[in-house]
Design a protein around this ligand. Structure first.
Ligand SMILES: [Zn+2]
Length: 173
């Protein structure tokens, strides 16, 4: 149990608190089973996974991975190493379609951010749409003359479009 928790990356102090022992006591107990817990340095983890080391550093700083640092060096348990790829995939998910997004895209994948740029309003959440409607109403109230002009222009435009549509329909008949 102790070993399993340790291999998940718990510190001696955390283990001590879990089992009601001092971290010194935990260290002694674990020292009896040295071969059962394999801890890997950041460099060897990077080599093993084929990642650049700065990736791991970045993930660690973002608290996406949580290695331990018992003596000045970051150490990873084998279980942590196994989880890294999944953790990266999870952290790099597009917030819209859940597909992985490339680096440099903070929230959405390339397709989704393009779509969102083109269709700003459609991409808003319901909450944001409600907020937008509220802002529009407030603006219309504060700028009644302008709003009237805009409205009549939009009306004329849609009338003209309908008219053109009707003409096309007439031509066809
Ligand atoms: Zn996406």
């Amino acid at each position: 149990m102790l070993i399993r928790e340790r291999s998940k990356g718990k510190t001696l102090r955390q283990l001590g608190q879990m089992f009601g022992r001092s971290h010194e006591r935990v260290r002694k107990v674990l020292a009896k089973y040295p071969s059962r817990v394999t801890l890997l340095s950041e460099n060897s983890v990077a080599v093993k996974l084929g990642y650049p080391v700065w990736w791991l550093t970045k993930l660690r700083k973002e608290s996406i991975i949580n290695p331990i640092k018992p003596g000045g060096r970051w150490l990873y348990s084998e279980e942590q190493v196994r989880l890294i790829a999944a953790l990266i995939a999870e952290a790099r998910k597009c917030q819209q379609c859940s597909k992985p997004r490339p680096a440099g895209y903070p929230r959405f994948c390339r397709e989704c951010s393009q779509y969102r740029r083109k269709h700003k309003y459609e991409s808003l959440s319901l909450e944001a749409k409600a907020k937008h409607a509220k802002r529009c109403l407030a603006w219309q109230k504060a700028n009644q003359e302008k709003a009237k002009k805009l409205l009549s222009r939009a009306h004329r435009k849609s009338q003209a479009e309908q008219g053109r549509g009707a003409m096309i329909a007439d031509d066809r008949s």
